[in-house]
Write a protein that binds this ligand. Structure first.
Ligand code: GTP
Length: 391
């Protein structure tokens, strides 16, 4: 429970408990969702669809995140858009279908994470002392968002960061804390063993005091990790890190993106909402309404087959994301791969840990493997083998 400029609230967003205290609708905890990045590591899937709108378990990542935020008491979300903003507005509108108020703050040129948060704050309604939850738009996790907000408010922090621990922190910036959770410093990706002073990393979800966001420069690129957070430490503000080691995955690469979808379908990642009309097959795979899967095909390993797909007899699809209107021919075999909308996989083709762009055609008995990426609309002739290094 906390008392802000507008009244007294719980992290679940319950109404003010003080009779006559305020008229503010306390169910409206506000959030900012950062969805404006180019998603370069996920090309060619992001050539047409921005990363946060790519489907996991049959729903865009953004929809999944908004549902979880709403369940934690968030009533209003501002989407910080830049790249392909039209895709978000067309799909989500004012949020009525999701039972939440969705607003948009567009950046004509991308402003980076900090600049995007500041730009989105122009659309917030809350007061200066209120908590604002900020999410990177490419994360799925099992974080207790309401508890993070509660701890933020009761500690009086300027910012509270969700931290997670990883076995190999070399790919990430490190966030060491003291025993009370106070962040000591923000370190760039470590290059030597000696620089690995902690395995705690920034997990891409924050709670800001609104007035702290207003201190970020407006209208120029700012990195929240490199500029805003270190600046707060220099100014002596309390920045707290909360280690929450529940499920966490950054869907930034094709392999992690596919893994995230698989984890939602198999239940390893919490909170999947199965789209209406979809079926879970064998507890292992998700088939959306309107897909036509032969009874002689084998789906396994958390595969999703989206609307309008056809999967012919003897095909095997294991641990894959297959987007709308894909045709998979007889005896084709697909493993741990992502296949973009409208692609055609001819009979006997084999695809392993690869990415196939929208509308591509993979020829009969072709072999695609070793991290290959097939471009949007590309044609791989019959019988050809394509390999590449993972990007
Ligand atoms: P890569 O190009 O593959 O690194 O992906 P990305 O562009 O999504 O960058 P990154 O993974 O670092 O971004 C983390 C989150 O912040 C994602 O949800 C992005 O959509 C978002 N993001 C990154 N840069 C910007 C920006 O300049 N503006 C906005 N609004 N969001 C951004």
């Amino acid at each position: 429970m906390w008392h802000s400029s507008e009244g007294e609230f719980t992290a679940e967003g319950k109404q003010c408990s003080r009779p006559g205290c305020c008229s503010w609708d306390a169910s409206v905890i506000e959030a900012i969702l950062l969805v404006g990045g180019q998603g370069t590591r996920l090309r060619p899937l992001t050539a047409t669809t921005p990363k946060p709108m790519l489907p996991v378990a049959g729903q865009p990542i953004t929809v999944h995140q908004i549902r979880r935020a709403r369940a934690a008491g968030v009533g209003r979300v501002v989407l910080g858009t830049s790249y392909r903003a039209d895709v978000f507005t067309r799909a989500l509108g004012d949020g009525a279908d999701l039972g939440i108020d969705v607003a948009y703050a567009h950046e004509t040129t991308p402003l980076g994470t900090g600049g995007a948060i500041r730009n989105a704050a122009e659309e917030l309604n809350c007061g200066p002392n209120d908590p604002v939850v900020v999410f990177n738009g490419d994360i799925i996790n099992g974080l207790d968002i309401a508890a993070l907000v509660d701890g933020h408010v009761s500690s009086g922090s300027a910012v509270t960061l969700h931290l997670t621990t990883v076995e190999d922190p070399r790919r990430y910036g490190l966030v060491p804390t003291d025993e009370t959770g106070r962040v000591l410093t923000f370190l760039e990706k470590p290059e030597t063993e000696a620089e690995i002073v902690t395995n705690q990393i920034n997990a891409g979800c924050y709670v800001f005091r609104r007035s702290v966001i207003d201190r970020i420069a407006l209208g120029r690129p700012v990195s929240v990790e490199r500029e805003t957070f270190p600046g707060l430490l220099r100014d002596g503000d309390l920045v707290r890190g909360v280690v929450d080691d529940s499920y966490w995955l950054d869907l930034g690469t094709p392999w992690d993106y596919v893994q995230g979808s698989v984890d939602l379908v198999t239940g390893r990642a919490p909170g999947a909402q199965i789209p209406s009309g979809a079926q879970i097959r064998g507890g292992q795979s998700l088939v959306l309404d309107g897909a036509n899967v032969s009874p002689e095909a084998t789906l396994s390993g958390g595969t999703t087959i989206d609307r309008g797909c056809v999967v012919a007899a003897d095909a095997i699809v294991d641990g894959c994301v297959v987007m709308t209107n894909v045709h998979i021919g007889q005896g084709a075999r697909l493993f741990r791969s992502a296949v973009g909308a409208g692609a055609k996989i001819e009979a006997g083709a084999v695809i392993t840990e690869a990415v196939v762009g929208d509308g591509a055609r993979i020829g009969r008995d072709a072999v695609i493997g070793a991290g290959a990426r097939i471009g949007v609309g590309a044609v791989v002739p019959d019988g050809i083998t394509v390999t590449a290094n993972r990007g």
